[in-house]
Design a protein around this ligand. Structure first.
Ligand SMILES: [Zn+2]
Length: 311
């Protein structure tokens, strides 16, 4: 049965500014990222499930990003915030396959940039995060990760992730890091939010060679709604990436990873700048000749089935 306008977003920045004050009944703090959203907007847009990636990085008043003094505490702060939302009954954190049928907004918790892992001891902390429900790891963000340089630590890291069925997110991984992970990790891999380099040659985008490799492992590639990556600020620019992907690889490994929360005003796509505007993309794709079924696969089904398989 062809259903609904349900959305599975492979990448939304998990942060305690994600939810506006009206949902929490208290004063929210001013936040420079414009794509934060409310639960009512999420439901208007059909958002059913998302991978929420905590990025334990601090933005200074000057706008510069730095590593926090205590990155472990920063990660816990994000995760505890989501736990508190779950305790209030506002979201469900996915811990196993059966949680995926819960009829409220669902979050798969992930971490982008595990700069708190430097030695073998730190892997115990990482394991405790897996116990808390973290399911996706993006080893790097825009800073270099030193633990990958150590053969011993990275071997243990891959084993720990494999034993716990952790999805490794290759977004932000430049070629050397990509190759290390791709060659050494036998568990599931995705790229949650990168455009096609062939369509828009931004260094954050993914090459056709890497796409083929991820597809070979059965992984997903999520298209971001971020002007800098996709090379423009119109829905048509997002379409160009989805359309090229479909022509080259079909739609079975294609998803969306908006990167809502993780972008500034300059990167917002017109009419696709917030969670309540997902339906505009569906409408646009249908207008351009994508079938209902293809839209459903890209916007929901592929990611939903992928995580069902993983868990
Ligand atoms: Zn990112």
């Amino acid at each position: 049965m062809m259903s609904t306008g349900k959305i599975f977003d492979l990448h939304i920045g998990l942060s305690d500014s994600a939810i506006l004050k009206e949902d929490l009944g208290k004063e929210g703090k001013e936040f420079p990222f414009p794509t934060q959203f409310t639960f009512s907007e999420a439901s208007l847009g059909g958002l059913d499930m998302f991978v929420g990636m905590a990025c334990p990085i601090i933005m200074e008043d000057s706008g510069r990003f730095v590593l926090p003094k205590d990155p472990k505490a920063e990660v816990l702060r994000h995760i505890n915030f989501y736990k508190s939302l779950e305790e209030k009954g506002l979201i469900k954190i996915i811990r196993s396959k059966k949680d995926m049928n819960t009829p409220i907004l669902k979050v798969i918790m992930g971490i982008e940039g595990i700069y708190f892992v430097e030695n073998e001891d730190d892997l115990k902390f990482l394991e405790s995060l897996f116990d808390m429900g973290v399911k996706v790891i993006g080893p790097v963000w825009y800073f270099k990760s030193t633990f990958l340089d150590s053969n011993v630590v990275r071997k243990k890291f891959f084993k720990l992730c494999f034993d716990r069925n952790i999805v490794i997110d290759l977004a932000h991984s430049e070629s050397t890091v990509f190759d290390i992970i791709y060659d050494c990790y036998n568990g599931p891999v995705i790229d949650s939010h990168s455009g096609l380099y062939d369509v828009s040659p931004n260094e954050r985008n993914i090459s056709s060679e890497k796409i083929s490799k991820i597809i070979k492992k059965g992984g997903l590639i999520g298209m971001p709604f971020l002007g800098e990556f996709i090379g423009g600020s119109k829905i048509n620019n997002v379409f160009d990436h989805l359309d090229r992907f479909k022509k080259l690889y079909g739609v079975s490994n294609l998803a969306i990873g908006s990167d809502f929360e993780g972008m500034g005003y300059q990167d917002i796509i017109e009419n696709l700048g917030t969670v309540k505007e997902y339906p505009n993309l569906r409408k646009f794709l249908l207008g351009k000749g994508f079938s209902q079924e293809e839209c459903h696969s890209i916007l929901f089904k592929n990611a939903s089935e992928y995580f069902c398989r993983v868990y």
